[in-house]
Ligand binder design. Structure first.
Ligand SMILES: [Zn+2]
Length: 301
């Protein structure tokens, strides 16, 4: 029986993020998006607790990791904001959770999904053994050694199809942003999302996601920085792409994290960099709550 859930929440596929600005730090649209993301996470948590779950570890997984409004989310859930570098990149300690649920997600770089990207929009395309690999594969793969099974995923229809294609047995629930935002019934969609997430626990067939390597990887960067980045990290370079082979998914994930977020010098001072990142996130949340007190987002469903 499933009692403990690791819940990752992103913003791109959440109920009030309807444009690129919604995913940007400290924009007016971001305020709405944070409210929607918090409501979605709250609805899913409530449905999971109603279904008999006893513990939810909720990770805010967008940008700084500070977007979720704790005061709007079921207090029984344990919200852990901000990114952690280890033991699991981004997540930190998954504790004793048994299954992974991902909501608000997006499709892979270079594919036609809503705000599609993989880690950063600077990656134009990520090809692993000849196929696009979405972030869901990395998140699920990173917790596989803890025996955590990826049972549910929500994002745009393209993102859902990608998650289903790589993770056998995962259940999905999509959000269609091709309809205008004013015609989208956020509360009704959220109710269906929460019900689908809760029902994914019963009879979940997904196994821990641990695909076998090696992984032949090609990264196409936007803006021609491939050669510089490849040189910086000692990776191969061919016709404008970074080319390397990773022995397993953890190694591939770490290499991509380095390419996207780090510098060889910064890696040695990572705790300091993370501290700055957390501080930025907390300041953003302070601004967000201030704007909400003056009425922004008050009427959102
Ligand atoms: Zn995001």
């Amino acid at each position: 029986l499933i009692k403990r859930v690791l819940l990752l929440a992103d913003i791109e596929g959440s109920s009030h993020c309807w444009s690129r600005d919604g995913a940007r730090f400290m924009t007016e649209e971001w305020i709405d998006a944070c409210i929607g993301m918090s409501r979605d996470a709250d609805a899913v948590c409530r449905a999971l607790f109603d279904a008999g779950v006893e513990k939810i570890l909720l990770k805010d997984f967008h940008r700084t990791g500070y977007n979720l409004l704790a005061e709007r989310i079921d207090a029984r859930a344990k919200l852990v904001p901000g990114f952690r570098s280890k033991p699991v990149p981004g997540i930190g300690d998954p504790e004793d959770t048994q299954v992974l649920i991902m909501i608000g997600m997006h499709a892979a770089s270079g594919t036609p999904g809503f705000l599609a990207h993989t880690f950063t929009s600077r990656i134009r395309r990520l090809s692993v053994n000849g196929a696009d690999l979405p972030e869901a594969a990395f998140f699920a793969g990173a917790v596989a050694r803890y025996g955590i099974r990826p049972v549910f995923f929500s994002g745009c229809p393209v993102a859902c199809r990608q998650a289903e294609a790589v993770i056998g047995g995962i259940r999905t629930h999509s959000i269609d942003k091709s309809v205008p935002r004013r015609r989208f019934d956020a509360s009704a969609w959220r109710r269906r999302l929460a019900a689908a997430a809760a029902s994914s626990l019963a009879g979940a067939t997904a196994l821990p996601y641990a695909p076998r390597g090696p992984f032949h990887t090609q990264v196409t960067m936007r803006g021609g920085s491939a050669r510089t980045l490849a040189g910086r990290w000692g990776l191969g370079h061919a016709s404008g792409r970074i080319v390397f082979e990773a022995p397993d998914l953890d190694a591939l994930y770490m290499t991509l994290i380095r390419l996207c977020y780090l510098h060889p010098l910064a890696e040695r001072v990572l705790p300091a960099a993370l501290f700055g990142f957390h501080l930025k996130g907390r300041l953003g949340m302070r601004w967000l709550r201030h704007r909400m007190r003056s009425g922004r987002g008050a009427a959102l469903p």
